[in-house]
Design a protein around this ligand. Structure first.
Ligand SMILES: [Fe+2]
Ligand SMILES: [Fe+2]
Length: 293
């Protein structure tokens, strides 16, 4: 399987571009990464933001590491973006992704992605409001795709999330979004499916399996987040932790579905209070387990 790293594990710890690139290439022996916007905030002033983001991109290139995509992290996920309750908030969500695309272009990275958006508690249980806001969001997203194309990006990605107050959450929702955008956007839009989200039992029940996701929307999946989980919460544990997924399961899935380019980005979120040395040794142990599977 083609393994990569989402850089979430490094947030607030390994900030210096050369240091992070060397840590990925040498300590973790990894050649593919997904850059997280938790390292450089798309809302930072453009000149400083793009200089910092390009410094990361150049350091990775020098270390022989390919940055395949850039992706929203925890900070970005705190906001409702284009499914927010008001036009003002939805426009800020639009600007957020547009700015992230600009930053991604400055890095010369071809793909940017994030979850689609979140409804408010009240809108989420109002089918009429959901329909109305979703329709608006589709138009916004098509406009964003024009910007992505103009900035030289080749693809946008959407990550489904395990909450019924957000969209898409189910595999059927994800497929619907792909169909609704297909042919309307200027760059292709694909899914970045997170194993821990897809296997969330409280929401998906018997459909909380990756096989279900492959059956329903597998043709649209361009990349994966892998993480260990118990299926009860979105854990983002590492594979040194016991849970529902074994490295052998990942490898078997890769082979069974004859995947080629759909990188498995390990996306681990550590407690901020976890010591840096513990995080690094845990990452090394997990990558060794994954590589030997
Ligand atoms: Fe994820
Ligand atoms: Fe998650």
């Amino acid at each position: 399987m083609k393994l990569g790293l989402n850089l979430s594990f490094a947030v607030k710890r390994w900030l210096e571009a050369e240091r992070l690139a060397a840590l990925v290439a040498d300590d973790l022996d990894t050649r593919y990464v997904q850059f997280t916007w938790d390292l450089v905030d798309p809302w930072w002033p453009e000149a400083q933001r793009d200089a910092l983001a390009s410094a990361y991109a150049q350091a990775f290139a020098r270390a022989g590491v390919t940055v395949e995509s850039s992706f929203g992290g925890l900070a970005s996920y705190s906001y409702n973006h284009i499914l927010a309750p008001t036009p003002e908030l939805r426009d800020l969500g639009r600007q957020h992704l547009v700015r992230a695309i600009d930053m991604t272009a400055a890095m010369e990275v071809p793909v940017a992605g994030m979850p689609f958006g979140s409804f408010s508690a009240d809108d989420a249980v109002d089918p009429g409001k959901r329909r109305e806001i979703y329709k608006t969001a589709l138009d916004i997203y098509v406009g964003i795709s024009r910007h992505a194309k103009a900035r030289g990006l080749e693809m946008l990605m959407v990550e489904p999330v395990p909450l019924s107050t957000e969209f898409p959450s189910t595999a059927a929702d994800a497929l619907r979004l792909m169909h609704d955008l297909e042919g309307a956007t200027d760059v292709p839009v694909r899914l970045n499916v997170d194993w821990g989200h897809a296997m969330f039992k409280p929401l998906f029940g018997d459909d909380a399996t990756m096989e279900h996701w492959m059956t329903v929307c597998g043709e649209y999946i361009a990349a994966y987040h892998i993480q260990q989980t118990d299926g009860l919460y979105d854990r983002h544990w590492n594979f040194t932790h016991d849970g529902l997924i074994s490295p052998a399961d990942l490898s078997a899935f890769w082979n069974r579905h004859k995947l080629k380019d759909q990188t498995f980005f390990l996306e681990v979120v550590y407690a901020f209070e976890e010591p840096d040395a513990t995080v690094l040794s845990d990452m090394q142990a997990a990558m060794a387990l994954l590589r030997s599977a």
